[in-house]
Design a protein around this ligand. Structure first.
Ligand SMILES: Nc1nc2c(ncn2[C@@H]2O[C@H](COP(=O)(O)OP(=O)(O)OP(=O)(O)O)[C@@H](O)[C@H]2O)c(=O)[nH]1
Ligand SMILES: [Zn+2]
Length: 314
């Protein structure tokens, strides 16, 4: 931060954004509203520069007597969750929806919502972003024997926590994944219990978090929905509408991580570029035939592989 110190700049963390303003957490008690200058929009268009998204660290010039604070620069991202969104001429473009998330809770319900294929897709997305994934099996109160579900998800190679957000049971098992200073986010389809869990985690503070009123430095006040919430214990929780619409973005590495077992088997295929379709001596298909690899898992791998090809991955 030395270089920035000299110019009188300060660091801040983005907790909400609009097109022209972002709300920053700084060392101070009150969040700061900082303007996103046209220069950054220009750099984004011309050379793919960074525009602030929730979770970004930025340096900004503090407000002066007659002007608001201004974002100077977005700092490089440690992790980056993105989705595909329709861009100009119907092309899909990458849209970053959250930066610097350390851990993503992939939530699913132990009721009719349970869908291992969907969990795999979420896991592929999270590992591709650079964040760590933990699967939360919620609504344990509705399931007489959650253990088989746990085993199935653990076989995907990620930690699993069984809990009931509504009843408040099993939440202690989350603490190893919520270290002070961490930023966590939640992914999961509608109705799995994300809001219920967020309220649980917020505990007493939940009343205060809905909206905040902030000054933009010119005496105007804007009400922003804060998308990065401070939990008791110094953990930041991202509650971002975009998170709810995430789709898989091309990310070959993530496929490899999400289906490590298949990539290990594929080393014994006769062809190094085997797609495990019609090729002879395919050890992946052999494993399916022998029952060493679940047919369903193989199918979901193929489906994901196809999507990546369609979206321009390799
Ligand atoms: N039985 C049971 N119900 C739960 C549990 N957690 C949440 N629910 C219920 O599931 C429903 C959906 O919960 P929400 O927290 O609103 O789910 P959400 O994931 O935030 O849903 P969206 O806002 O649509 O994305 C509510 O009726 C909750 O009361 C749980 O642990 N057990
Ligand atoms: Zn093969």
């Amino acid at each position: 931060m030395r270089r920035h110190d000299r110019k009188g700049l300060l660091p801040g963390r983005v907790i909400a954004t609009t097109r022209d303003f972002c709300t920053l957490l700084t060392g101070e008690d009150e969040p700061v509203a900082a303007r996103i200058p046209g220069r950054l929009h220009h750099l984004k268009r011309r050379v793919g520069g960074l525009l602030p998204v929730v979770g970004d660290w930025v340096v900004f010039k503090p407000a002066g007597a007659s002007r608001s604070a201004v974002v100077e620069e977005v700092l490089p991202r440690q992790t980056c969750l993105s989705r595909q969104a329709p861009g100009r001429r119907g092309r899909l473009v990458e849209q970053v929806i959250a930066a610097n998330v350390d851990t993503v809770f992939v939530i699913t319900g132990l009721d009719q919502d349970f869908n291992p294929r969907r969990i795999e897709r979420y896991l592929a997305l999270v590992t591709g972003s650079g964040a760590r994934a933990v699967v939360l099996l919620n609504k344990a109160d509705l399931c007489s024997d959650p253990e088989p579900y746990r085993l199935q998800v653990e076989s995907f190679g990620c930690p699993v926590v069984i809990l009931s957000a509504e009843q408040g049971t099993g939440l202690d098992a989350l603490s190893p994944f919520m270290t002070t200073g961490d930023t966590i986010a939640m992914l999961g389809s509608s109705g799995v219990g994300k809001s219920t869990l967020i309220n649980r985690l917020l505990g007493e503070e939940r009343q205060q978090v809905a909206t905040v009123s902030e000054s933009d430095g010119k005496g105007r006040h804007t009400t922003t929905h804060r998308e990065l919430l401070r939990l008791p214990g110094g953990v930041l929780l991202m509650d971002n509408p975009g998170m709810r619409e995430l789709q898989l973005w091309k990310e070959t590495a993530s496929l490899e991580e999400a289906f490590e077992d298949i990539f290990v088997l594929a080393r014994d295929c006769r062809f190094s570029d085997c797609r495990h379709l019609e090729e002879p001596d395919c050890s992946v298909k052999q494993a399916v035939a022998d029952g060493r690899l679940a047919e369903e898992r193989f199918q979901s791998f193929l489906k994901l592989q196809q999507e990546l090809v369609r979206h321009g991955g390799h």
